[in-house]
Design a protein around this ligand. Structure first.
Ligand code: B12
Length: 215
C-alpha cells in the first residue's frame, strides 16, 4: 500500500492516487501513515522538479492531487475519529510566512490541531510580520504556528518573532515553526521560536503539553 501510494503520487496519477487513499482508509490505515506516504511522493516530485524532469505545472498538479486526497470523505472520516474533546484546548494562529505561498503543510497542521481540540485561525499566506503582530493582538492566541518552505523563510520567521517582541507580545504566546525550511540542523533558537518540527503528530503533542503547562 505504502509504495503504491508514494509511487502514484510521484507519478502524478490523480485518479489512481485518490482510489489508493480510499482503499487505505477503508483498510483502516492510520491517517498519519497515509499522510507520510503521500508526502514521500511529494518529496520525489520536488526532487524531479529540482533536476528539471518536472516543471512548475507539475508542482501545481501535485499540490492539487495532494489536497484532493486530503479532502476525500474517507480521509476526513479517518481523522475525525482522532477527534477527542474538541473545544477549549487553546487557540492557535497559523500563517505561511512572508514571501511563501505554499499552504498545504500549514493547513495540515491546522486540521490536525483542530481535530485535537484546538481552535485554529489561519491568516493565510505571504503574511507580513506586522500582520502577525496585529492578529496576535486581535485574536489573542496561545500558540502561533509559522510555516515556511523556502530557505529564506527562517529569516522571515525571525523577523516576525522580533516584531512580536517589539510589540511586547512575545511572552504571551508559544511559537512553533514548521515547513520545508526546517532541517535537522536548524536551530529554533536562531528564529527565537519555542519549537521546530516538520512532524505534525509531534507538533500537536507539543502544543498539548504547552496547554497543560499553562493551566
Ligand atoms: C506543491 C509545491 C508547490 C505548489 C504549492 C501549492 C500549495 N497550495 O501549497 C506551487 C506550484 C504553487 C509551488 C510554487 C512554488 N514553489 Co513549490 N513546491 C511544492 C512541493 C512539490 C511540495 C510542497 C508540499 O506541499 N509538500 C507537502 C506538505 C504536506 O509538506 P510540507 O509543506 O513540508 O509540510 C509538512 C511539514 O513541513 C509540516 N509543516 C508545514 N507547515 C507547518 C507549520 C507548523 C507550525 C508545523 C508545526 C508544521 C508544519 O507539516 C506537513 C506535514 O508533514 C515542494 C517540494 C518539496 N519537497 O516539498 C516544492 C518547493 C517547496 N517549491 C519550491 C519552489 C522554488 C517554488 C516556487 C518558487 C517555484 C517558482 N519558480 O515559481 C514557487 C514559490 C511560490 C512562493 N512564493 O511561495 C522549492 C523551494 C526551494 C527552497 N528551498 O527555497 C521546493 C522545495 C521545490 C524544489 N525542490 O525546488 N510549489
Amino acid at each position: 500500500m505504502k509504495e503504491s501510494i508514494t509511487r502514484s503520487m510521484e507519478g502524478l496519477h490523480e485518479q489512481r492516487t485518490l482510489e489508493l487513499v480510499k482503499i487505505a482508509a477503508y483498510k483502516g490505515f492510520h491517517p498519519m501513515e497515509i499522510l507520510e506516504w503521500l508526502e514521500a511522493g511529494m518529496e520525489k516530485v520536488g526532487y524531479l522538479y529540482e533536476i528539471s524532469e518536472y516543471f512548475i505545472a507539475d508542482l501545481i498538479f501535485a499540490g492539487i492531487i495532494f489536497q484532493e486526497a486530503l479532502d476525500l470523505e474517507e480521509f476526513q472520516a479517518l481523522y475525525q475519529e482522532e477527534e477527542n474533546q474538541r473545544e477549549g484546548k487553546g487557540k492557535i494562529l497559523t500563517a505561511s510566512i512572508k514571501t511563501d505561498f505554499h499552504n498545504i503543510g500549514k493547513r495540515l497542521f491546522g486540521s490536525f490541531s483542530s481535530a485535537a481540540g484546538f481552535d485554529v485561525m489561519d491568516i493565510g499566506e505571504d503574511v507580513e510580520a506586522s500582520e502577525i503582530v496585529e492578529m496576535v493582538r486581535e485574536y489573542n492566541p496561545d500558540i502561533v504556528g509559522l510555516s515556511g518552505m523556502h530557505t529564506s523563510s527562517l529569516n522571515e520567521m525571525k523577523l516576525a518573532v522580533e516584531a512580536l517582541k517589539k510589540a511586547g507580545l512575545r511572552d504571551q504566546v508559544k511559537i512553533i515553526i514548521g515547513g520545508g525550511c526546517i532541517t535537522d540542523d536548524v536551530s529554533y533558537d536562531f528564529v527565537g521560536a519555542d519549537y521546530a518540527t516538520k512532524n505534525i503528530a509531534k507538533a500537536v503533542r507539543v502544543c498539548e503539553k504547552w496547554m497543560v503547562e499553562k493551566t
